[in-house]
Design a protein around this ligand. Structure first.
Ligand SMILES: [Zn+2]
Ligand SMILES: [Zn+2]
Length: 541
């Protein structure tokens, strides 16, 4: 079927020529550094003694009444888009994300088409369910609408609140700066958007016999894993009298699962039961550092950086990561009040600057939706603390203020911590800070997230410590700043968490499909699942 460019569609409404296409912002992923050799399924096994090849898998008879296909997140971690199709033909999509970085390049090269386009038949698709508002899960929604999708778009209340902000930003960065066109799209989109409470079953009218439920995923605000209950009488065998005996299949789409000890949000709880699981595997081959170690490393690194004055620059994604960092910094400042000494004094007077209108918007929503915070974060509130709006926090909104702050820090060398997007230094306001401050030896750059190959962030990480240079916006910038990396800040479950998610289900799945990960991560997770549930059919699509 023909694919339509979203800018084209928007302009068809307005009768105007198509605009310039801008570069697309990159995805949000964390990083971590070490592997464990213990088998999380059976701790007395080691990686070396577990041999999944010897485990025979029972071949499931094809009694699923539906099929699952994927339009992304099978060869890498981006472009999440899974299609659930009943045997009777009606289908829904779970997520409709953008391909990014290496995944996008590979796809474009392979197909000769724009990676962002919808290259599948959307006629059977009656509804879209969204797990969370990261761009690699929602970025193709404008294209889906452009291709003619008119069905409902279901999301949790928080996700429904955040989605228009995310899509508006994505359109501005990647498609058009024309606010009238963007407003037109958002009006269409808001008509289709349906907000749903966590834990409440809801029917999908065009798919009788299928109901769905959002459960807390603990990844970013509003994130959910999705359970689908499929009544067998909806399948094509419904005409046969035998099928009158009701048999429900429970299908689970994990979306992105959070890490249990991440700041602010509660950990996901395993469901009681699941028959068919589609699960992410971003960190299927790694384990994260502990919470305390991470925070101590962050504190030490900032203290060391501030000894000679100057700015500490933290490139961070606006959604999730910025709020986690603020939460951690508030914790460190609070502790410093109880201590004496130079470092403690400095923390109490340190300026923390968030320079990103989108991050500021998100932080406001994070503050409003306190009911979704975890117990620890709510305990801080009960003590009269404000984890995301503390005294020393300055938020910068306008571009004018932004440029003034860059100049001010460049001229004065005054100690400050600046958090700005994008997380991999490819675009966004962090670029102006880097251009101005990288040549100053008092500056320190602190990476807390994954830096993908080919991004300026990766170049700074690689060449910075050797006094090299980086190209930013076409200019060669010398790096005299200190460059540091802290691993362990990740919004994703690690290997142990992904294994435990299945281990803690009372009724274990008969089939697991592993998506959203690099090849090694998927393969290693497949090994664990085969050990954990030998009867399960563990597939890497
Ligand atoms: Zn995500
Ligand atoms: Zn994701």
């Amino acid at each position: 079927m023909p694919t339509i460019d979203v800018a084209d569609l928007l302009h068809r409404f307005a009768g105007e020529p198509a605009p310039t296409i801008y570069a697309v912002d990159e995805r949000a992923v964390g990083s971590c550094s070490y592997k464990d050799t213990l088998c999380p399924a059976y701790p007395h096994h080691s990686v070396l003694t577990c041999s999944p090849e010897k485990i025979t898998t029972k071949n499931q008879k094809d009694t699923w009444m539906y099929s699952i296909t994927h339009h992304g997140a099978v060869t890498g971690v981006t472009g999440s888009c899974h299609q659930f199709t009943l045997d009777s033909g009606e289908a829904i999509l779970v997520d409709c994300g953008m391909f990014q970085g290496g995944d996008a390049a590979e796809l474009s090269a392979g197909s000769g088409e724009l990676a962002e386009q919808i290259n599948f038949d959307i006629r059977p698709i009656k509804a879209l369910l969204v797990t969370h508002c990261h761009i690699d899960h929602v970025g193709r929604i404008p294209y889906l609408l452009a291709a003619g999708f008119k069905g409902p778009i279901y999301a949790t209340r928080a996700t429904a609140m955040l989605l228009p902000l995310v899509l508006e930003d994505a359109l501005k960065v990647g498609v058009t700066r024309d606010q009238r066109l963007i407003d037109r799209f958002l009006r269409l989109f808001n008509k289709q958007l349906v907000a749903i409470d966590y834990d409440a079953w809801f029917a999908i009218p065009a798919l009788p016999g299928v109901r769905a439920r959002f459960r807390v995923a603990g990844h970013i605000l509003g994130s959910a894993f999705i359970e689908l209950d499929v009544n067998s009488s909806t399948g094509k065998e419904s005409s046969s009298k035998k099928s009158k005996k009701r048999e429900n299949k429970r299908v689970l789409f994990s979306g992105d699962l959070g890490a249990p000890y991440s700041p602010l949000l509660p950990a996901p709880k395993s469901p009681y039961r699941c028959d068919d699981l589609v699960i992410e595997s971003t960190y299927g081959d790694r384990l994260h550092e502990g919470r305390k170690d991470r925070r101590r490393a962050l504190q030490k690194m900032i203290e060391r950086s501030l000894r000679d004055g100057g700015t500490v620059l933290i490139p961070a994604f606006s959604i999730g990561r910025t709020q986690e960092l603020l939460y951690e910094l508030e914790g460190i400042i609070h502790q410093a009040r109880k201590r004496k000494g130079k470092a403690a004094h400095q923390w109490q007077h340190l300026n923390i600057i968030v320079d990103s209108p989108l991050a500021a918007d998100f932080t406001r929503h994070y503050r409003e939706l306190k009911s979704l915070w975890d117990a620890e974060a709510r305990a801080r509130l009960a003590q009269g603390r404000h984890p995301l709006a503390f005294e020393q926090l300055t938020t910068i909104d306008s571009h004018h203020e932004h440029l003034a702050m860059v100049r001010h820090l460049q001229q004065t060398g005054q100690p400050a911590v600046v958090i700005a997007a994008s997380g991999m230094c490819a675009g966004g306001r962090i670029q102006n800070y880097l251009e101005a401050l990288l040549p100053d030896s008092r500056t320190d750059v602190l990476f807390v997230g994954y830096q993908a190959q080919g991004t300026p962030g990766r170049d700074i990480q690689k060449y910075g410590p050797r006094g090299g240079y980086v190209f930013l916006g076409g200019h060669k910038v010398e790096i005299r700043a200190g460059v540091h990396t802290i691993s362990g800040y990740s919004a994703h479950a690690d290997q142990k968490d992904l294994v435990n998610f299945v281990k803690r289900m009372r009724v274990k799945p008969g089939r697991i499909r592993i998506v959203h990960g690099d090849d090694e991560a998927k393969a290693e997770l497949q090994r664990w699942y085969r050990v954990l549930v030998p009867a399960c059919d563990v597939v890497i699509p």
